[in-house]
Design a protein around this ligand. Structure first.
Ligand code: CTP
Ligand code: MG
Length: 188
């Protein structure tokens, strides 16, 4: 596999993680995960920006797209369903990517609240990468071999580079779009 192919493969495999967060914005807003409770510091544990409807909706939307990806890859004749491997494990991987990305975003909000930043406040770096970290952490913990062979091993290291370089650009584009659609209060 060439560097270009490895790069494209990594992006393709990371799509469920990329879909989960913007979908949480679309479906979110109902049922704050922290039930409005406060942490020891007197601030919200997570804040109103992290809701059950966002978590569930984001997971479902990413699963839907992932299942579509498997169907497309299988339909195109790929034996390993283009990188996700056999079902049902492929669905498990997609779930981990989506769920990990959403919990990474939730962890990001937890950290923001502890640092005294209000819901929606900008935090450069964390806002862009919290979900990537979450996805890599969860997948790495439970499916390390798959993560390593597709995003790190040999030429596949370009995969990690692609995700790290592309993420802030995609994040910016999607957030400006969400802002213009009236789905987000701020363009970040
Ligand atoms: N959202 C949600 N549930 C989630 C994630 C996101 O309901 N698990 C919705 C919320 O309406 C949130 C919006 O998507 O306001 C934008 O997400 P994000 O930018 O991550 O949240 P912020 O409002 O900026 O809050 P925070 O400062 O905690 O990141
Ligand atoms: Mg935000």
């Amino acid at each position: 596999m060439s560097y270009l192919e490895s790069a494209l493969l990594a992006f393709w495999l990371f799509i469920p993680a990329y879909v989960a967060n913007p979908s949480a914005v679309l479906f979110g807003g109902m049922g704050p995960i922290d039930s409005r409770r406060l942490w020891k510091d007197g601030k919200r544990i997570l804040g109103d920006g992290k809701t059950w409807s966002g978590l569930v909706g984001g997971t479902m939307a990413a699963m839907f797209i992932g299942v579509l990806q498997i169907a497309i890859a299988a339909g195109a004749g790929s034996a390993d369903y283009l990188g996700f491997g056999d079902t049902p494990r492929a669905y498990w991987l997609i779930f981990l990517l989506a769920f990990g990305s959403l919990w990474g975003d939730i962890l990001g909000s937890f950290i923001k609240r502890r640092l005294g930043k209000e819901r929606g406040a900008k935090f450069y770096g964390l806002d862009q990468y919290d979900f990537v970290l979450g996805a890599f952490l969860l997948v790495g913990l439970l499916e390390w071999d798959w993560l390593y062979s597709n995003f790190m091993e040999g030429k596949h290291i370009i995969g990690l580079v692609v995700i790290l370089v592309l993420t802030p650009i995609l994040h910016k584009a999607v957030n400006v779009l969400g802002y213009k659609m009236g789905k987000k209060d701020v363009p970040w």
